[in-house]
Design a protein around this ligand. Structure first.
Ligand code: SF4
Length: 380
């Protein structure tokens, strides 16, 4: 193929895919590493879980705090964690104390952080660290991965941030920045294929500086290279980025999630747990009260609401977030009514005889299929 024809063909290909890969070689890599680490020296965000030892900002790793923050960061915004972590840390100042927390205790302390099952997994992780590693958080990736609630990202984040060992980390922020700097993308929704990103991540991080490097890329992803509206004109990487000032903003397709009466079930679950946080450990909350709290604006009950609420409660029970029992007081009074109707000889108005006679009579039908026949509280 003649040179000019080849150039035309390349142009056409580039236009068709609209994706130009940046020329990445060791010079480019070194320049990028220098730029990012230098920026981080001056502008790193300061968090409770990033404690500094000296004016050069050399980290003192605190594995327990890193573990708490990383589990919290899985689905909650950084600003919320900054607010909540100090209080949580005061309540559970050590991994031993955390390992002893009851379900109700940790769910109460988790208030405002969402996705309560994460709190239970964190406690289970603490238990495993105490039982299997004598209370010392392991520093090896495979050992970390063997702990409950620790996935590949959290394990690698702990290896790098808590123990300053070399490892490549990829999370959603890092993938976004890597995708954009290395290829000219069209829209804010585009990203490089996962396998390419893994290979790039492994190659690009400066050995011996995995902690600072990944924290820096995450900061740049959070401050400038945001998902919806990247701030390229402020970004320290704009001179080296293949996608700088090129990205067309597009609406992301929102993930479908189950809803009821226009609200995601996730929000309803949060409200239920929030109501139960106010219940003392020795007390029970009735299903009827809960129903009335949730649907306070309504004057009537509906079967779909009852059935839906019962389903949500049963799921929370399976996840060990909520404990449910039949409402015994209600069952006792139902039993009295039921047996009175079947014991014409009884004149006892207290219902005592009826209760005594109950053992000889047809058992009261189970009514656990109604939310009104239950009492509940946070799981102990
Ligand atoms: S220049 Fe723009 S697209 Fe590139 S990394 Fe910075 S914010 Fe992201």
């Amino acid at each position: 193929m003649k040179a000019s024809t080849k150039a035309t063909a390349e142009r056409i290909t580039k236009k068709a895919t609209k994706r130009v890969t940046k020329r990445i070689d060791s010079t480019w890599e070194k320049e990028l590493q220098g730029l990012i680490l230098e920026w981080y020296e001056k502008h790193a965000r300061e968090f409770m879980w990033r404690e500094y030892a000296d004016s050069q900002k050399h980290f003192i790793p605190q594995p327990y705090l890193v573990l708490l923050s990383e589990v919290m960061l899985q689905q909650t915004q950084t600003s919320r964690i900054q607010e909540k972590l100090p209080e949580f840390y005061r309540t559970f100042p050590s991994i031993e104390r955390l390992s002893q927390a009851t379900n109700a205790e940790i769910i109460k302390a988790w208030e405002g952080l969402g996705y309560n099952s994460r709190a239970l997994r964190l406690r289970d992780c603490a238990k495993a660290v105490v039982e299997r590693f004598s209370g010392v958080i392991p520093s090896e990736y495979e050992e970390l991965l063997s702990l409950p609630g620790i996935g590949t990202y959290t394990a690698s984040a702990l290896v790098a941030f808590a123990f300053h060992k070399d490892i490549a980390i990829v999370d959603v922020n890092i993938r976004r920045v890597y995708s954009r700097i290395s290829s000219q993308l069209d829209t804010t929704a585009d990203a490089m294929p996962e396998a390419d990103c893994t290979a790039f991540a492994e190659r690009i991080y400066p050995r011996g500086k995995a902690s600072a490097w990944h924290q820096a890329v995450m900061d740049i992803g959070a401050l400038f290279c945001t998902a919806r509206a990247p701030k390229c004109s402020l970004c320290p990487l704009q001179g080296m980025c293949a996608s700088a000032h090129q990205l067309r903003e597009v609406e992301r397709v929102k993930k479908q999630e189950p809803t009821f009466e226009g609200k995601p079930n996730r929000i309803w679950r949060g409200r239920i747990v929030q109501i139960l946080r106010g219940v003392e450990a020795s007390e029970w909350y009735s299903g009827e009260q809960l129903y009335n709290q949730l649907f306070s604006a309504s004057l009537f009950t509906t079967t779909p609401r009852e059935q839906w609420l019962l389903e949500i409660l049963r799921t929370l029970e399976r996840e060990a977030i909520v404990e449910i029992q039949p409402d015994n007081r209600q069952r006792a009074s139902q039993m009295i009514e039921h047996n009175r109707a079947q014991t014409p000889f009884s004149e006892d108005t207290s219902g005592k005889d009826a209760l005594q006679a109950a053992s000889f009579l047809t058992p009261l039908p189970q009514k656990d299929d109604s939310v009104f026949s239950l009492v509940l509280r946070l799981a102990s």
